[in-house]
Design a protein around this ligand. Structure first.
Ligand code: CP
Length: 365
C-alpha cells in the first residue's frame, strides 16, 4: 500500500488526524504563501519571519510618530473588522491588540464576558465563534483551554467563511504573540551587543504552568548559541516536553533552584508569576517562593549591561523599587506588544510591503 499524501491545508485534515500531528507539522498548516494565515503556535515562526516582524514593528513605531504617519497607518486595514474574543482575563494582550486595530484602522468589537453573549443561553463556544466569523475578518482570541484556538481555526477552515485566528493565550500551553514581543524587546535591548545570539538567558518562577516561557523558549532556539537557565523550585520546573524540544534543537540549558548564583551570570532575566489560578490544589502553592523574587539588592548582582524582563502582571516577583533601573525592561515590553501585534496583523493581511514603501519614502533624503 502506498503512503497517504501529506495534508496541504487545514481543511483537508480531520480533527483526530490534526491532533496526531507534532507542532511543526501543525504549524505548516497555518501558513499561506510564506506568511502566517493563522497565528497559533510559536513553531510556525522561523528566523526570517521574526526578523521581518522586528523590522516592521520598528518601521511602524517610527511612522506612528507623526499625524500624517498615523493617518496613513489607519488607512491600511480600514475595510476590515476584527473580533476580540477573550474568555479569560487580560489587560495587556487585550488592550495592545485593541490598540493595534486602532492603529491599522481595523474596526473591532469584543466579547470578554460570556454572560453578555448567547453562550448564557447554552450556545456552544464553537457556534459563538462561527457567528463572529459571519461579521468579522479576523478573530483574536484568548481561552483557558489549551489548543482551543487551534480547534477554532480548524473548525472555521471547514466552513464557507474561514477567517484568520490569532491565539492571544491558550491554556497553559502557548502565548505566541507574547513571545514575539519578548524577542523584539530582547533584540532591541541587546542591540548594541549583537542581539539575542550568543546570550545567556534565565527564566525564573513558575516554569511548569507559564505559557509565555513555553512559547519564548522555542523562539530563542532560532538564535545561535543561546544558553538558557531555568530557575524554579522542583515542583514548578520546566515540563519534560519543552526540555525534549530544546534537546532536539541541540540548545544548551540547565535547571537549577539557585537564583542568586544565576543573576551575575546572565544577559537577561525573564521573571514569571506563580500561576496558581490554574490549580489551587497544586503542592507548590504551599511552598515559599520568595527566593525566586528579584529584590532591589539584586540590582548590584546584575551585570551592568544585562536586562530584566517580565510578561506581567506581577505580584511580588519584582520589587517596585527596581522599576526605575534602566535595566528593567518590562514596561518597554508592554509598549512593544502594541507595535509587534500591529506588525503581525499587517503581515497576516499582506499589507506589510506597503509599510516598506511608505517608510522608504519617509526616510529618503
Ligand atoms: N502578558 C499578558 O498576557 O498580560 P495580560 O494577561 O494582562 O494580557
Amino acid at each position: 500500500m502506498s503512503a497517504q499524501p501529506a495534508p496541504i491545508t487545514l481543511n483537508e485534515i480531520s480533527w483526530p488526524d490534526y491532533q496526531g500531528l507534532d507542532s511543526f507539522a501543525k504549524a505548516g498548516l497555518f501558513q499561506h504563501k510564506g506568511r502566517p494565515y493563522h497565528a497559533l503556535l510559536p513553531q510556525q515562526f522561523d528566523r526570517p519571519m521574526l526578523d521581518r516582524i522586528e523590522a516592521l514593528a520598528t518601521m511602524i513605531r517610527k511612522i506612528a510618530k507623526t499625524r500624517g504617519g498615523m493617518n496613513y497607518l489607519q488607512s491600511l486595514l480600514s475595510e476590515k473588522r476584527a473580533m476580540l474574543y477573550f474568555a479569560q482575563p487580560s489587560t495587556r494582550t487585550f488592550l495592545s491588540f485593541y490598540a493595534a486595530c486602532q492603529i491599522t484602522g481595523l474596526h473591532c468589537a469584543e466579547v470578554r464576558d460570556a454572560h453578555t453573549s448567547s453562550e448564557i443561553k447554552g450556545e456552544s463556544q464553537e457556534d459563538s465563534v462561527r457567528t463572529f466569523s459571519s461579521y468579522f475578518d479576523l478573530i483574536i482570541m484568548r481561552h483557558p483551554a489549551g489548543g482551543f484556538a487551534e480547534r477554532i481555526a480548524w473548525m472555521l477552515s471547514h466552513t464557507d467563511r474561514p477567517v484568520p485566528v490569532i491565539n492571544a493565550g491558550s491554556g497553559k500551553d502557548q502565548h505566541p504573540t507574547q513571545a514575539l514581543l519578548d524577542v523584539y524587546t530582547l533584540q532591541r535591548s541587546l542591540e548594541k551587543r549583537g542581539g539575542v545570539a550568543g546570550k545567556k538567558i534565565a527564566f525564573v518562577g513558575d516554569l511548569a504552568r507559564g505559557r509565555t516561557v513555553r512559547s519564548l523558549a522555542w523562539l530563542l532556539t532560532l538564535y545561535e548559541d543561546v544558553f538558557m537557565y531555568f530557575v524554579a523550585p522542583e515542583t514548578l520546573q520546566l515540563g519534560e516536553d519543552v526540555q525534549a524540544l530544546l534537546q532536539s534543537r541541540k540548545v544548551s540549558f540547565t535547571l537549577t533552584d539557585d537564583f542568586e548564583a544565576v543573576i551575575p551570570e546572565v544577559d537577561a532575566i525573564y521573571m514569571t508569576r506563580i500561576q496558581d489560578e490554574w490549580d489551587t490544589a497544586h503542592e507548590s502553592n504551599l511552598i515559599d517562593t520568595s527566593k525566586f523574587h528579584f529584590e532591589e539588592r539584586h540590582l548590584k548582582m546584575l551585570r551592568p549591561d544585562a536586562i530584566l524582563m517580565h510578561p506581567l502582571p506581577r505580584r511580588k516577583e519584582i520589587a517596585p523599587e527596581v522599576d526605575a533601573d534602566p535595566r528593567a525592561k518590562y514596561w518597554r515590553q508592554v509598549r512593544n506588544g502594541m507595535w509587534v501585534r500591529t506588525a503581525l496583523i499587517l503581515m497576516m493581511f499582506d499589507r506589510d510591503t506597503e509599510i516598506d514603501r511608505y517608510y522608504h519614502d519617509l526616510t529618503r533624503d
